[in-house]
Ligand binder design. Structure first.
Ligand code: GLN
Ligand code: ZN
Length: 724
């Protein structure tokens, strides 16, 4: 029988119950017993959703916070006895580093693996959170992916993998069958890694019936897996065209079942079921056994469309996780001849088509977009215009989003606070922020972003062609969620986005205020995007809209403008060989935003993550003048890269790790600066925190920024006296 097999259904629950349960426990409002019961209830509903729509699904996917951490505990990397200990690894001083999960917006906790450290701790296989169900298959995150995403310290990959495989072997002894997630199979693997994988699964496949899943892209030359003793191989046939092509050309493994991922787990659009059925028919001719599934875990989608109040022509085109489950179930039933496709799906036109936008995008598509004159010339002009001291100080944009700020916004959104009053409130906050920054003595000021709920959602709400949802929560890590906007039509800026706030701030001070925008690639990366246009074109549409805002800033006397692109690096494809193609449009989208500004207008870019040793070459193609980056975690590598390649722009290496509650002292920050000054010259060095301050409290922000300014003062004195 051709089964419907779904996996990765969201854990967030109705009304974000997952988040509130766990955070309630942290705050001491919910007991451990309450937490466990609450989570089990949630799990029951999650399993219920699977069971009512599909034939097979994993059991034990739920976690207290993160599956990578659970796996680390399961294989004995940390000795954790209780939930308190568990959560110490998730948050606070002892927390593991959060890192991007493949090219998604999910983040995982990165474990550290040392030599000989594995031993089985069965409790953490599911942490007591799994239920039983006759159609469920026990879930595990596979050893290869686990190691590929861990930090290895003093142990080679092969050694670690074989050590780890033993622990998995022990575990599988007692299991009849298992669902094993191995998304790292879609990375560009070395021949050695492929050999390792074969050895490991040849062993493990003897112990238990394994259903192995690879997703987010295609597996390169997948036939190396075909003679392994695996029960099923799940492939992403939506984002993995290579896998599909290979099957069509060379066929598939004889003994294995192909779990065909044909329903996109990452896009919120309804599946063209007829096209999917045609594809399945073709596959059926190539493989012995077939199952039908989602093409990537469903937790990248909101729970369901229920309760959303979207325009009918948009909601008719959407399918969130719940609706996708139904699609998977239905496809299998139709395929088996038990049901007929009643309603024929028509993709329908996008929400808005604008011929002016289309024409403007066409115009830029084939052209190189670079800002003129060269950076060297711009630098001189900007130094003249801005007259900033050595080691200029600034912040990244946001100031604390206090509960007062959030409550007022909520009241305004609910209609309890009149627009005029809300705006006046925001202005008052801006006034306070400007006064505060002047008192502290910062050089380039910001307005504080009090009007913004979220750096992407705020812009999405103000641009035509992008919708926002009421309940479309998706987990970005642990209990943290966000609501990705949905780009469904041509993007148009009908009115200024945030000009009022910036100009108001500038009117209060003689110091330059930075105009502050979220960049096109980040808006794209953190939204769901229409599929009737290439991403590239959607990025240009957003860029063109943002450029209008930038031109307005400039026309009104704003001299410094920052474009935030924290997602630029993380949106890069999993396979390196696809990077050039991606960066060529991503870089161009950024350049488009700033392509028409005057040479003396200073353009800043901000990126949060620090691992861009490997993208420095692309950064050089981007037309910013100053870059601020988070550097607290891998400063060494960045500096080495700068040293090797050189870097001609100005740079602010974050001297304050804003993700920690500690207020950094002058000396501590000085150490960072001194090391960096060996590589970066003092004429190009900015002093700033490593990210926005919206999650910090004023009690930390005040002293920390004062220390930062003190640091700059000491440095200036040193350089003025020629001591340095
Ligand atoms: N300007 C934004 C802020 O300060 C940047 C946030 C980010 O990089 N994630 O909040
Ligand atoms: Zn940041």
């Amino acid at each position: 029988m051709v089964e419907a097999y779904a996996y990765g259904f969201p854990r967030i629950g109705r009304g974000r119950s997952y988040k509130f349960l766990i955070e309630g426990y942290w705050e001491g409002k919910i007991s451990e017993k309450g937490l466990r019961e609450g989570l089990l209830e949630l799990e029951e509903r999650r399993i219920g959703a699977y069971a009512s729509e599909v034939d097979a699904f994993p059991l034990g996917e739920l976690t207290f916070y993160d599956k990578m951490l659970d796996t680390a505990l399961m294989v004995g990397l940390y000795s954790v006895e209780d939930l308190q200990g568990y959560y110490r690894l998730c948050r606070g001083r002892e927390a593991l580093t959060l890192t991007k999960w493949f090219n998604t917006n999910y983040h995982y906790l990165m474990p550290e693996v040392r030599r000989g450290s594995f031993r089985l701790n069965s409790f953490w296989v599911d942490g007591g959170l799994s239920l039983s169900h006759s159609r469920g298959v026990p879930y595990l995150l596979g050893p290869f992916t686990f190691l590929k995403l861990s930090r290895l310290e003093g142990v080679g990959f092969g050694d670690a993998l074989f050590g780890l495989a033993q622990v998995y072997g022990e575990l599988l002894e007692g299991m009849d069958e298992v669902h094993m997630d191995e998304p790292a199979l879609v990375m560009e693997l070395t021949d050695e890694e492929r050999t390792f994988l074969r050895e490991v699964y040849r062993e493990l496949g003897r112990k238990s019936r394994i259903h192995l899943f690879a997703y987010y892209a295609g597996v390169d030359r997948p036939s190396f897996l075909y003679d392994l003793p695996l029960s099923s191989l799940g492939l992403d046939l939506v984002h993995g065209r290579e896998s599909l092509k290979s099957i069509m050309r060379e066929g598939f493994s004889r003994g294995m079942r192909l779990v065909a991922g044909v329903v996109d787990g990452r896009s919120p659009w309804r599946t063209d079921l007829e096209a999917a059925l045609r594809l399945l028919e073709k596959l059926a001719r190539k493989v012995d056994r077939l199952a039908i599934s989602n093409a990537a875990p469903l937790y990248h989608l909101p729970l369901s469309l229920e309760g959303e109040d979207l325009a009918p022509q948009l909601s008719g085109r959407l399918a969130f996780a719940g609706e996708k489950l139904r699609e998977i179930g239905l496809l299998a039933k139709v395929f088996r001849g038990e049901e007929r496709l009643e309603e024929v799906f028509e993709p329908g036109p996008p929400g808005l088509v604008n011929f002016d936008v289309k024409r403007r995008v066409e115009e830029v598509k084939g052209r190189e977009i670079r800002r003129l004159p060269s950076y060297g010339e711009r630098r001189v002009l900007q130094k003249g215009l801005l007259g900033l001291p050595l080691f200029p100080t600034t912040t990244i944009g946001s100031f604390p989003q206090t509960s007062e700020v959030r409550q007022k916004r909520l009241a305004y959104k609910r209609g309890e606070l009149a627009e005029g009053e809300y705006k006046a409130f925001v202005k008052e906050k801006i006034r306070e922020a400007i006064r505060f920054q002047e008192e502290v003595g910062l050089d380039v000021l910001v307005h504080g972003e009090f009007e913004r709920s979220d750096m992407v959602e705020f812009f999405a709400e103000r641009l035509d062609g992008i919708a926002t949802t009421a309940q479309g929560w998706v987990i970005s890590y642990g209990t943290r969620c966000y609501r990705p906007p949905i780009i469904h039509g041509d993007v148009i800026r009908r009115r200024p986005l945030t000009l009022d706030e910036i100009l108001y701030a500038q009117s209060l001070t003689d110091k330059p205020v930075k105009g502050m925008l979220t960049g096109p690639v980040t808006i794209l990366a953190w939204s769901f995007v229409r599929e009737d246009l290439p991403e590239e074109e959607v990025a240009y549409q957003i860029a063109l809209a943002l450029r209008e805002e930038v031109m307005d800033y400039e026309a009104h006397g704003i001299k410094v403008i920052q474009v935030d692109e924290p997602a630029l690096r993380e949106k890069a494809p999993i396979k390196r060989r696809e990077w050039d193609a991606y960066f060529s449009w991503a870089v161009k989208a950024f350049n488009l935003v700033v392509s028409r500004v005057r040479p003396d207008t200073q353009i800043h870019i901000h990126m949060c993550y620090s691992r861009f040793e490997d993208i420095l070459g692309y950064l050089e193609e981007m037309d910013f003048d100053v870059i601020s980056i988070e550097a607290s975690r891998s400063r060494g590598e960045i500096l080495r890269a700068f040293e090797e390649r050189g870097f001609d722009r100005e740079i602010g290496l974050g001297v304050w790790d804003v993700h920690s509650k500690e207020v950094p002292g002058v000396e501590e920050m000085m150490e960072i600066v001194e090391r960096a000054l060996k590589v970066i010259d003092e004429e190009s060095f900015w002093i700033n925190p490593d990210c926005g301050l919206k999650t910090r409290g004023w009690e930390e922000v005040g002293p920390a920024l004062k220390n930062m300014v003190e640091l700059a003062t000491v440095l200036r004195r040193r350089y003025a006296s020629g001591e340095a």
